[in-house]
Design a protein around this ligand. Sequence first.
Ligand code: G3P
Ligand code: MG
Length: 286
Amino acid sequence: MRPRDWIPWRPGRPGRFELGTRVIAHRGAAAYAPENTLAGLCVAYLLRARWVEFDVKLSRDGIPVLFHDEKLERTTSGRGELRDHDLAQLLTLDAGSWLHEAYSGEGVPTMEAAVRLALTLGLETNIEIKPSPGREAETAEAVIELLDRIWPKERPAPLISSFYPKVLEVVRDRAPVLPRAFLSFTVPANWAEIMVELDCVALHLKETSLDEDTLAAFREQQVPVVAFTVNDPERARWLVERGVRAIVTDRPDRIAEAVGELQYRRSNPTNLPWIFTWCGPKMRVS
Ligand code: G3P
Ligand code: MG
């Protein structure tokens, strides 16, 4: 893994971490393809996204997989808790049909498959470690071991984010080369302490926590703020005009246009699933 050129934020000093874009495609490209699937990565690539975010949890037998919820019902054909299923069981699930018939048969991917595909497509990755309760350290360790094993020496390190300080602590101690971002739904009173303690390069905040005054205070402290999840172009523009570094969005094409990044391809949401059925399988051959 090639170390990225990064310096953590310190009070009043911005540190350094260049995304090279203001847009991070969320859970793949969740408005257009089933979240946290290989199809999602392919569709993000089709839209010319540069960065993708996805969520990582552990199967019962300790294998990192892409998944958001604790339960299987919303996004798969399965039932019950993800953590009660071994990888072999998860691999039998349909994680695509719920969104669109064109994605039927799309599976729950291992993180290994997702990282290999992202590397093949040239996508930069924001890996959100989202442990099931009680599995914080174990999940972080499994992600680090996997990255140690498969991440190519010449490729810059991925960005690791988490809502869990314990996760970021394990990453800091075991894999300090990996840049880290702290995630939060609200602005915690001790955000600065957490960022300093964990050597974070950015603070990723739910967009509803960001108002005029809060953003002014972050500008004053030179904090690199990333807002999630913003699908409204007007709101994205408003946030970027007030210093937000990047927007995590389900609609990377529309948000890119709103913030002036025209390398993104504008999609037709109706056609995109069918385009994927043609392009997706070809992209995965590498
Ligand atoms: O990384 C930003 C965002 O993904 C955090 O929220 O619930 O979509 O994982 P969530
Ligand atoms: Mg996430």
